[in-house]
Design a protein around this ligand. Structure first.
Ligand SMILES: Nc1ncnc2c1ncn2[C@@H]1O[C@H](COP(=O)(O)OP(=O)(O)O)[C@@H](O)[C@H]1O
Ligand SMILES: C=C(OP(=O)(O)O)C(=O)O
Ligand SMILES: [Mn+2]
Length: 536
């Protein structure tokens, strides 16, 4: 076996059972990974020097193929209603088979860190079959000083072999694709998919398991901080605007997707961002757009023309086209990945029913209700004439990544909100003037203007009305924002249709919350939207 690059001499791949690999590239940097990826036809250069790869069949996460090893250490701590168990025996066979599959192959290793807070960091070794995956994860996680790599000691090892095919009968999984997490031994095995997001979300899942017992709240959120040190976090499911809205030239970006909140404040789990590029425009998202034109950025499933120029309007491979870049590609990004306790919490939702107002102030109890509910809506399929959106309730705004019971995360958040007296807002970045198919998406400009008011504290002074369906306080007028959009009912051509749609949405919230009723006190139950009022 040939070994190239910088590595801890004691922690080679031989120690983790990969001694039969043909060649190992340790901690290769951007230029060298470009060369390897292009030489192997894994990826191509764009006209502006970014690296563009195509993932084939899997263009998003395979949530149904994710498993957690159930053993005596994990059993009592995992929320099994939401996570699929895998036996240690099945994991053992999968592990052995994947190591055997790697024999004779060339592998890439990156020694990185999850967690910008020294006391809560997870040194992570990522072994990949693909050179472009090595560059992706190097962009996404925190890169330790090169001089420290000779003593790097991983606590989590991810082995990602897209060409491996899992066998449900032999490995106890569901399909040929598998994401298997063994938290007891700190190993994640990924096979049968080359969607790069699986790697970063595996680190997130591990930290979501490890941090709560230390009193640290892990969050599926973006974060930024104002000039006065006033930090804000933006919770939200995929597509609700975490990445887009946290890149704000008037504030310092902490991170776009995964953070912890501990006794000293908030900290990023990552060292890079993973932005959507579908219909990306230089006007609406100049900072993110600029990253797509740089050496070092990885584009995923973006269509290029014959000159290598990206066409961000082309969704022929997937709607989920992406770019991955290190944090410092965004001007004014934090170089520590840390900030003080948040002054503001924003809960983002993309309501495709067109019911929720663009912004509403939440009491701490309403914040808890919406955190546990984790509502957003997906737009209807691409079939013509299908206009009914689909509601998604994903607790903690990230159910696929939460190994523990939502009450554990909910209690941590409730205490932090109370202790630090945090202002909470619900922001709808979804539809207005009618549901999806009739109305249109909330203009990013309007969302940004409302957020600016919420983050500065100005919006707290605005006159408000109480929403009759949801019970939260909604500003009546805001400088620089069309007054009409603040009251979604007034944007619909038929107010009675709005009322009917609102009533349906309220009923969906209530049905979904039934499973949490026994886990919250009466004040949170009382923060539920009122089906009775909606029925009037
Ligand atoms: N009002 C809005 N606020 C935020 N994003 C919007 C808005 N309108 C349209 N979008 C688009 O929605 C997508 C939001 O995605 P993103 O920021 O990546 O979400 P997340 O990081 O939460 O998955 C982007 O493609 C953005 O251009
Ligand atoms: C990386 C992902 O996160 P998000 O869409 O929230 O940016 C994902 O869901 O695959
Ligand atoms: Mn994002």
């Amino acid at each position: 076996m040939e070994e190239l690059g910088v590595n801890n001499p004691l922690i080679g791949v031989v120690a983790i059972g990969l001694g039969d690999a043909a060649r190992v590239y340790y901690n290769f940097r951007e230029r060298d990974l470009y060369e390897e990826a292009i030489r192997r036809n894994e990826a191509v250069l764009t006209a502006d020097g970014a690296l563009c790869a195509v993932t084939g069949q899997h263009t998003g996460r395979s949530a149904k193929d994710k498993f957690i090893v159930r053993d005596s250490h994990t059993d009592g701590h995992i929320w099994w209603d939401n996570n699929k168990p895998m036996s240690p025996e099945h994991f053992g066979i999968l592990h052995k088979d994947m190591l055997a599959h790697a024999a004779g192959k060339e592998l890439f290793v990156q020694d990185l860190v999850g967690g910008a807070d020294k006391e809560n960091q997870l040194p992570t070794r990522v072994v990949t079959e693909l050179a472009w995956h090595s560059l992706f994860i190097r962009n996404l996680l925190i890169r330790p000083e090169r001089s420290t790599l000779v003593e790097f000691q991983p606590k989590l090892t991810i082995i990602n072999l897209p060409s491996f095919r899992a066998d449900p009968a032999r490995h106890g999984c569901r399909t040929e694709t598998v994401i298997a997490c063994d938290f007891t031994n700190g190993i994640v095995l990924i096979g049968g998919t080359s969607y790069a997001g699986e790697m970063k979300k595996s680190v997130f899942t591990a930290l979501n398991y490890l941090l709560p017992p230390k009193g640290v709240m892990p969050m599926h959120c973006s974060a930024n901080v104002g000039p006065a040190g006033d930090s804000a976090v933006f919770f939200g499911l995929s597509g609700t605007g975490k990445t887009t809205l946290s890149a704000d030239p008037s504030r310092t970006l902490i991170g776009d997707d995964e953070h912890g909140w501990g006794e000293h404040g908030i900290f990023n789990f990552e060292g890079g961002c993973y932005a959507k590029t579908i219909r990306l425009s230089a006007e609406a998202e100049p900072e993110i757009y600029a990253t797509t034109k740089r050496f070092g950025t990885v584009l995923e499933n973006v269509v290029l023309d014959e000159a290598g120029v990206p066409d961000f309007n082309d969704a022929s491979r997937t709607e989920n086209t992406r770019c991955a870049y290190p944090l410092h590609f965004i001007p004014n990004a934090s170089d520590t990945g840390r900030a003080g306790h948040p002054k503001t919490i924003i809960m983002l939702t993309a309501d495709a029913f067109g019911v929720l107002p663009p912004i509403a102030r939440l009491t701490p109890e309403q914040a808890m209700y919406h955190f546990l509910s984790g509502y957003t809506a997906k737009v209807a399929g691409t079939e013509k004439g299908v206009t009914e959106p689909e509601a998604t309730f994903s607790t903690c705004f990230g159910a696929p990544f939460m190994p523990r019971h939502p009450a554990e995360y909910g209690n941590l958040l409730r205490d932090l909100i109370a202790k630090h007296n945090v202002d909470c807002w619900l922001v709808n970045t979804g539809w207005t003037s009618g549901a999806y198919g009739i109305g249109h998406r909330m203009p990013i400009k309007a969302t940004r203007a409302l957020l600016a008011g919420a983050l500065s504290g100005e919006l707290k002074k605005a006159e408000t009305r109480i929403d009759p369906n949801f019970g939260f306080a909604v500003p009546v007028a805001v400088d620089g924002v069309d007054t009409k959009i603040l009251d979604p009912r007034s944007t619909w051509s038929d107010a009675s249709e709005y009322d009917a749609q609102a009533k349906k949405l309220v009923a969906m919230f209530i049905t979904n919350f039934a499973k949490f009723e026994d886990h919250v006190d009466h004040t949170v139950r009382a923060a539920a939207p009122s089906a009775n009022i909606a029925a009037e």
